[in-house]
Write a protein that binds this ligand. Structure first.
Ligand code: FAD
Ligand code: MG
Length: 335
């Protein structure tokens, strides 16, 4: 009888332990650090050790791709005009060139001579003269970049800058790392490039806040899973001179910072590199051309906020978007 009672108590303890294990929230681990000149904020549910590997991966990508680090592969290419790159970096350059073609040149990774003249990435901000910009634009053009195997060759004076795609590419590489390690839920914010990996541990969609580019807090919340959510805008990196604001995203057709009525563009896609490339390109295009591009190409969804405070989402986000903060409604761009 006593043995029976003990066995029963043990059974009850086991039932309680199992019930608790099933209902206990999956533990999350968090890491915040500076890399790629921005704040990286990583949260993972389950395998905490993956955070260290994720940070290592981000730092190694920065060491490979940073245009300002003279030891990086990209800086070496820019200094010598020709370099043998890793297969991954050569592939990223080819992808960025192809996305440049696809966006009619709105994404232009050869703009670096112009970006640098405005002082973006060096911090020495200035307004270059029209004649200086005209001669620097002569040093740009995606069709002039030669790629053969892993070798990339640039004409004299030309330079590449992967700043518009590298964080999105990092999100793709991190996504592969999480998959390899069997992680089911993670959310990484790489300075405006968000990776919403898997679902929340309770099976629900992630709720990703889209910053209000005109004020504080969020303009809307997007519910999604397994997506990169990437925002480009003129509201964080800019300088002001004589009452004019100059942002860090440059229109390749003029050499001037974008000023077309858009405050921000967010692109939501399964592919981080594409989301990053397209958020920059759509911001350059302006609202009308950007919506046209979405209609013609598809494969992604977008959120547009104009400087007069209008919030528009593409059709696929209609039921996934909730306005927030100063925004009580949104319009839907239809196919
Ligand atoms: P995005 O819209 O994704 O990209 C805009 C950036 O792309 C611009 O800042 C410019 O560099 C470039 N660009 C502008 N117009 C175009 C265009 N039409 N087509 C293509 N590219 C364009 N910043 C520093 O100030 N110092 C650093 O040392 C530094 N190191 C970095 C290292 C890495 C690996 C990366 C990825 C970024 C680094 N940055 C640094 C930040 C970088 O210069 C950009 O500011 C940042 O990548 C912009 O990201 P975004 O998502 O805000 O904008
Ligand atoms: Mg970008």
């Amino acid at each position: 009888m006593r043995v029976g009672l003990r066995a029963f108590s043990l059974f009850l303890a086991l039932v309680f332990a199992l019930a608790f294990a099933c209902c206990a929230p999956v533990k999350n681990s968090h890491s915040t650090f500076l890399a790629m000149d921005t704040v990286m904020d990583l949260t993972v549910y389950g395998d905490a050790g993956v955070l260290e590997s994720a940070e290592e991966l981000i730092r190694s990508l920065e060491g490979e791709l940073s245009v300002t680090d003279e030891n990086s592969a990209v800086a070496r290419l820019n200094a010598t005009g020709r370099a043998e790159l890793s297969p991954e970096t050569a592939a990223l350059i080819r992808t960025a060139l192809a996305l440049g073609e696809k966006t009619g040149g709105a994404l232009d990774i050869t703009l670096y001579p112009v970006v640098r003249a405005w002082g973006f990435t060096t911090g020495e901000y200035r307004v270059p003269s029209d004649s200086e910009l005209a001669s620097l634009l002569e040093l740009t053009g995606i069709s002039r970049v030669e790629t053969g195997g892993c070798t990339v060759t640039l004409p004299d004076g030309m330079m590449l800058d992967l700043g518009a795609v590298a964080k999105g590419y990092a999100a793709d590489r991190l996504s592969a790392l999480l998959c390899e390690r069997g992680v089911k839920s993670a959310v990484f914010n790489l300075g405006g490039n968000v990776l919403a990996y898997g679902h929340k541990p309770n099976g629900e969609d992630w709720r990703i806040g889209i910053n209000d580019p005109l004020g504080e807090g969020n303009a809307c919340i997007i519910r999604c899973h397994d997506r990169a959510i990437v925002t480009s805008g003129g509201y964080q990196r800019f300088f002001e001179q004589d009452g004019t604001r100059y942002c860090h995203i440059i229109d390749p057709s003029t050499g001037y910072p974008v000023n077309n009525g858009l405050a921000s563009v967010t692109v939501i896609s399964e592919n981080g590199t594409e989301a990053d490339a397209l958020s920059t390109a759509l911001y350059v295009m302006g609202y009308e051309r950007a919506v046209e591009f979405w209609r013609e190409n598809g494969g992604f969804e977008a959120v547009f906020i104009t400087i007069d405070g209008a919030l528009t989402v593409t059709e696929g986000l209609e039921s996934a978007c909730s306005p927030a903060g100063n925004y009580s409604e949104f319009s839907v761009a239809k196919r």
